[in-house]
Design a protein around this ligand. Structure first.
Ligand code: HAM
Length: 417
């Protein structure tokens, strides 16, 4: 029986891997220009971290975690998201003693046991950024500016920023009260999960995927109407900064994020391209999480973007970066010159060129065909005679133009083209 890749995972073959590398290079470049340094955290962490960090009433923790007992009997979980691990590292590595703000980015794979559909996988990658130590709306604006710059740099035009604020521990109780009052008379028709959510965390009812519950959620009170003066002022400053930066946004008064740690600003970038589904990226402020994980009062904000979704979206919007790695030169050899061809190729590669040669003992004709297929810019036939004289003919494949040269001049000639 053939073994298949697990459901919800995928193989990334070289052609697609180049598109990944392109997006990764762009993301890293933008992060570096905004002053973010890379952090790599473990693939698995103590299960407690996610239960406390992400929240034990969220779908992620209740239904989607890959949790296992290790051989020492400890409960471990493959990371379903990056923020909890980054905050754990921030606290554990004493980064709160560094000058603020601390700016970190990551490019890591995540694991969630979810139903497979387009753009939804069980192993997927996220690009993410987190900025620690600033409660100013300027940090929110910086994060959104970085994202906007990134999307522009990869050419993704059809996008919309949805922005909301979900208040803070001071204004949330009033909102929760209103939410409970709204849902109380509807409890007999909401789903079983929602009845449970009503007890544990009614905010999560707003996120239910059941059609009837979604309908109720659309008419539920909105957090934005219950903001305290400080949260209201903070939200106004974020919007003001975005206006000045020229970043368009739509206020979404009912934005619900699937994680419990958020305070104040929440946002998502969604695609406006027809047929696209799901958020490209999501994030927000989490001013209480560092403290929750034992690190003192450190405000923070960040986002994460689904890389698979980003790439699907780039394809849908016909963004076609130049990703070719066509050879500069193809060296055709004969049985008595194959190793010499390999040597010449090694030297040229070390000089910075992309060079291909035969490693399958193919016939002359088969090698010529391979050179054509490889779309090589130049062709050089290396026979025993050429080798003896250290001279050969270089042919430009598109024009057929031929130049005789010393093999020692090859690098220089290729470079001058
Ligand atoms: P999230 O909204 O759960 O937030 O995920 C962020 C992004 O990851 C989503 O917008 C989506 O593009 C992608 N994503 C999520 N689940 C999947 C999946 N199963 N398959 C493919 N892509 C997926 C977070 O994870 C937060 N940690 C973001 C954050 C960082 N907030 C503050 N800092």
């Amino acid at each position: 029986m053939k073994i298949k890749a697990p459901r919800g995972t995928k193989d990334i073959l070289p052609e697609e891997a180049r598109r990944w590398q392109y997006a990764e290079a762009r993301f890293r470049d933008v992060c570096h220009r905004y002053g973010y340094g890379e952090i790599r955290v473990p693939t698995f962490e103590s299960t407690d971290l996610f239960e406390r960090g992400v929240g034990d009433s969220t779908d992620i923790v209740r239904k989607e975690m890959y949790t296992f007992e290790d051989k020492g009997g400890r409960s471990m979980t493959l990371r379903p998201e990056g923020t909890a691990g980054v905050v754990r590292a921030y606290v554990e590595q004493g980064m709160n003693s560094l000058p603020s703000p601390v700016r970190l980015f990551y490019d890591l794979n995540m694991f969630r046991y979810e139903k497979m559909q387009k753009g939804r996988y069980r192993e997927f990658a996220q690009f993410g950024c987190e900025i620690f130590g600033s409660d100013s709306a300027l940090a929110d604006a910086e994060i959104l500016s970085l994202l906007d710059t990134f999307f522009t740099s990869v050419g993704l035009r059809e996008r919309r920023l949805e922005l909301g604020s979900i208040g803070c521990p001071a204004c949330r109780p009033r909102f929760l009260e209103a939410l409970r009052a709204y849902y109380e008379p509807k409890l007999d028709r909401v789903c079983e999960d929602c009845r449970d959510r009503f007890e544990k965390n009614p905010l999560r009812m707003l996120d239910c995927k059941q059609p009837q519950c979604q309908e109720d959620a659309e008419r539920a009170p909105s957090q934005i109407d219950f903001l305290c003066d400080e949260c209201e002022a903070h939200f106004a400053l974020v919007r003001q900064a975005l206006d000045t930066l020229g970043i368009d946004y739509h206020i979404n008064p009912r934005m619900v994020r699937g994680l419990d740690y958020y305070t104040r600003t929440v946002f998502e970038f969604v695609s406006t391209h027809v047929g696209s589904q799901g958020a490209l990226c999501g994030g927000g402020r989490y001013d209480g999480l560092v403290e929750e994980l034992g690190g003192g009062q450190v405000p923070a904000i960040g986002f994460a973007m689904g890389v698979e979704r980003l790439l699907l979206e780039m394809e849908a919007q016909h963004v076609q970066p130049d990703l070719t790695f066509d050879p500069d030169l193809f060296i055709v050899s004969f049985p008595d010159t194959t190793v010499a061809a390999l040597h010449l190729r090694q030297n040229l590669i070390r000089d910075g060129f992309i060079v291909e040669t035969d490693v399958m003992d193919r016939s002359f004709r088969a090698q010529m065909k391979a050179a054509d297929r490889a779309n090589a810019r130049y062709l050089l036939v290396l026979g025993a005679d050429e080798l003896k004289k250290s001279k050969a003919t270089l042919r430009r494949m598109d024009t057929g133009e031929e130049t005789e040269l010393q093999l020692s001049d090859l690098s220089q000639t290729l470079r001058s083209e």
